[in-house]
Structures are given as structure tokens and as C-alpha cells.
Design a protein around this ligand. Structure first.
Ligand code: CA
Ligand code: CA
Length: 351
């Protein structure tokens, strides 16, 4: 009965194909189930950040280690609620992109320096500008006396001397050229201001100028300055200076410290405000000319308080000299590669 035999064989083949497909689906389901917890080091509280070593999972294995994919979307760049430089409100669209979920850490930058031998500008020039809390007498003597050029201060030794940068803290005292070199080493880039602000707002609008980053119960929700700057630093948020990355809850995109801790560099040349139709000039590589080119930095730092700076908001921006290493300015990177299918599935990105 060749016909019956043939039917039986085809049936068996179909059954094998179905069971292979089921096995593949099961494998994908299992991969999905195990993928998310394996890929992420949990952050978002003081206990979790203290336990973090500063290197994302799969560092130097996965080219997007430590990054989150943000699906593109519409948002409003700027706000009418903050300082004059944060105006006006520009209806904008951000294409999808990847962004570091934390500020670049000392451990990540150390990995870069060890692998490439890169020497930062502060290391080459022998020092950087550091915040030193003044006394009343110091303040009476000189404006902005809290900024001091410290010999030997650099990303490894943020206060100079024998000070030592903690691996899970944001890298600081890095210039625009240093930040671009690190980003390019990973095949990434620095964010534009538009990308950075889209990531920081995470679907929300601008915040009122006087709106401190606090949770519903009133507890600080970011590392900023409590007390009268610069004489009184109550440390209500648990940190007198820089904090490890990811000590506070992430925003709606699960990004940490977009507001506060370290200011973050963008690749955009500073503009006085936002104007419709304005295309910011971006800096993509060295040499950076002129040396003191004013760049846009975002999100405020641990030195912003109610009586000074007041820039602990997603729209907040300031001009910063491209080649000036400072102790409260760091950065995070972006990649404009498209999301892979698994990321789209897990993070709800565009199909
Ligand atoms: Ca603080
Ligand atoms: Ca920050």
C-alpha cells in the first residue's frame, strides 16, 4: 500500500515539523523569560547603587551594554516654566535611539583608558577645576570662590592629591574631546540636546522652576543640594557630593540621574534659547575650535539647590566651555543603531 505508506510518512514529517516549531517557540519563550533579568544590573535605590561595581552586564561583549532603547516619539523641546534660556516650546520629534541608562561611570572610563592608553586633557595639563566648599570668610573675599583649580585633579583623582574616584560614580573632569573619544571607542556618540531632553522628559512636560525633584512622600528623588548653597549642605538626600549612579528611581524610560548628580555634556554648541526652525551646530570630533567653545550641558548637578542654580529639571541647560574639565560635569552616550527585534519586543519599540 504505497499510497497509505506515503500519507503516513508525510504525516510523520508534519508532526516532526510541528514539534520542531513548538520547540523553537519554547526556546524563544525561555530566552525571553531569562533575557531581561540576566541583561540588567538592578539599580534605583541606595542599596542597589552601593552594590553596583560600575560596569554594565556584558560589558565589552554586547556593543550596547548598559543602554536602553528609546522608541521614537513626539515631545516638546524647552519649556516656558524655567529660565529664559529654556524657552520657547518647540514641537519636536525624536527618532528611536539607544542611550546609556546611567551617567558613564569611572569603571567604564577606566576600561577605556586601560584598553586604549587614552590620556584626558586634565591629565595632560596637570589639573582641573574642582568644587571646594567655602567658609563665610572665603565668600566675602571673592565671588565664585568655590571653584578652585586643583593641581593633579583628574578623573582618577577628583580632588587631586591622594583622592580616588569610586568606580560606581559618574566620571567627571572630562572635556568634550575626552567624552567624544570614549563614545567613539564604543562606536557610539554623544547625544544632541534634543535627544537628551527627550530621554530626560520620558513623556512628561517641563517642570516649574521651583519644583525640586522629590518623591510623593517628600523624600529627595535625585542627588541635588539641600540647604543654603554654598555654606550649608544638609545632605538630606544622603550625598554631600557626587553619588554612585542609579541611587534614585529611574524615570519613565528607566534612565537614572538624568536630573542631578553630574551635569551631562551634549554635542551641541550652546544657543541662547530655543527658536523654531533653529538647527543647533553639533561637534563630532576633535580638534574643537575655538578651544573655549560654549557647549550645552543638561540636567543640573549635585550643586544645584533652591537658592542657587535651580537647574534640577529635564529642560535645564547651561553653557560650558568645551575644554574645561570640571568636577561636576560628566556625560552619557547614545547609539543611533536600530533596535533589534528582541529589544523591540521587550521594550515596546516600533515594529
Ligand atoms: Ca546631595
Ligand atoms: Ca545627571
Amino acid at each position: 500500500m504505497p499510497y497509505a505508506l506515503d500519507v503516513t510518512t508525510r504525516g510523520a514529517r508534519r508532526a516532526r515539523a510541528v514539534s520542531a516549531a513548538a520547540a523553537a517557540a519554547l526556546a524563544v519563550a525561555a530566552a525571553l523569560y531569562f533575557y531581561a533579568p540576566a541583561a540588567e544590573t538592578p539599580l534605583g535605590s541606595k542599596d542597589l547603587c552601593a552594590a553596583y561595581g560600575g560596569l554594565p552586564a556584558d560589558w565589552r561583549v554586547n556593543p550596547r551594554a548598559g543602554m536602553v532603547y528609546l522608541p521614537g516619539g513626539k515631545f516638546t523641546l524647552g519649556t516656558t516654566l524655567g529660565y529664559l534660556e529654556e524657552r520657547g516650546e518647540i514641537a519636536s520629534h525624536a527618532p528611536g535611539f539607544w542611550i546609556d541608562r546611567t551617567e558613564v561611570t569611572v569603571a567604564q572610563f577606566a576600561s577605556f583608558a586601560a584598553e586604549t592608553g587614552f590620556v584626558t586633557q586634565a591629565e595632560r595639563e596637570g589639573g582641573g577645576v574642582v568644587f571646594v566648599q567655602p567658609s563665610e570668610q572665603d565668600l566675602a573675599r571673592q565671588d565664585y570662590v568655590w571653584w578652585q583649580y586643583v593641581k593633579g585633579a583628574n578623573w582618577r583623582r577628583p580632588q587631586g592629591g591622594n583622592s580616588r574616584a569610586e568606580p560606581n560614580q559618574p566620571v567627571t573632569l572630562v572635556t568634550l574631546g575626552d567624552a567624544l573619544a570614549y563614545a567613539h571607542w564604543l562606536g557610539r556618540d554623544l547625544p544632541t540636546e534634543l535627544e537628551w531632553e527627550y530621554a530626560a522628559k520620558a513623556g512628561h512636560g517641563g517642570a516649574q522652576l521651583e519644583h525640586e525633584p522629590r518623591a510623593a512622600d517628600g523624600a529627595p528623588a535625585a542627588n541635588f543640594w539641600q540647604g543654603e548653597f554654598p555654606l550649608q549642605n544638609t545632605g538630606e538626600d544622603g550625598f554631600q557630593g557626587l553619588a554612585p549612579v542609579g541611587c534614585f528611581a529611574g524615570n519613565g524610560f528607566k534612565l537614572y540621574d538624568m536630573v542631578g548628580n553630574a551635569w551631562e555634556q551634549t554635542k551641541d554648541v550652546y544657543t541662547e534659547d530655543h527658536q523654531a526652525g533653529q538647527t543647533p551646530v553639533s561637534i563630532d570630533s576633535e580638534p574643537i575650535q575655538p578651544q573655549n567653545l560654549a557647549m550645552t550641558v543638561k540636567g543640573g548637578s549635585h550643586l544645584c539647590g533652591r537658592n542657587f542654580c535651580v537647574r534640577y529639571r529635564a529642560s535645564a541647560r547651561e553653557a560650558h566651555e568645551a575644554n574645561l574639565p570640571l568636577s561636576h560635569i560628566g556625560f552619557r552616550t547614545v547609539s543611533r543603531e536600530p533596535a533589534d527585534w528582541l529589544t523591540r519586543l521587550l521594550q515596546g519599540g516600533p515594529a
